[in-house]
Design a protein around this ligand. Structure first.
Ligand code: RB5
Length: 159
């Protein structure tokens, strides 16, 4: 085990991810009793704008409060948005290998999925894999540190 992740998991998404998020909220807390899951919306299928909900989750993850799971129609919009926040490494996963590698190699702290592109059983399995996989560290730590340095350069105004 490389480091201890906070045990909170924030879920969020737009109307395109509502049904899958509901399914995850009904299932994951039973399967992962040591983790505390919190649904940050949206709470129905009324059309909303995905950046708002991606930001709600990304802000909490950026502040070090826990991990996140974001869902929209494709998973792409929430992923792009979440990666605007410092300390966030949001990864789009479409199968078990991408979910596992995003943890082992990239230390992803937000999992993004597309409800319209994934069978819900596969999406659940992706979550189980992602939540259960540790970061490998080692040579991958250096690369994650490099991402962080780039981020500091952007916000700090260095060239
Ligand atoms: C909403 O229709 C859709 O554009 C959104 O859920 C997402 O797929 C954006 O990336």
């Amino acid at each position: 085990m490389m480091h201890k992740l906070p045990n909170r998991v924030f879920l969020g998404g737009d109307h395109g991810g509502f049904k899958l998020k509901k399914r995850l909220m009904e299932t994951l807390p039973r399967e992962f009793p040591d983790l505390q899951f919190e649904d940050l919306g949206t709470y129905d299928e009324t059309s909303v704008n995905y950046p708002e909900y991606a930001a709600k989750v990304a802000r909490r993850v950026s502040g070090g409060e826990g991990r996140g799971i974001l869902i929209c129609g494709s998973g792409i919009g929430v992923c792009i948005t979440a990666n605007k926040f410092s300390n966030v490494r949001a990864a789009l996963a479409w199968d078990l290998a991408s979910a596992r590698l995003s943890r082992e190699h990239n230390d992803a702290n937000i999992l993004c999925m597309g409800e319209r592109l994934l069978d819900s059983e596969l999406a659940l399995e992706i979550c189980r894999t992602w939540l259960g996989t540790e970061f490998e560290g080692g040579r991958h730590q250096l690369r994650v540190d490099m991402i962080h340095e780039l981020e500091k350069g952007q916000s700090g105004g260095t060239s």
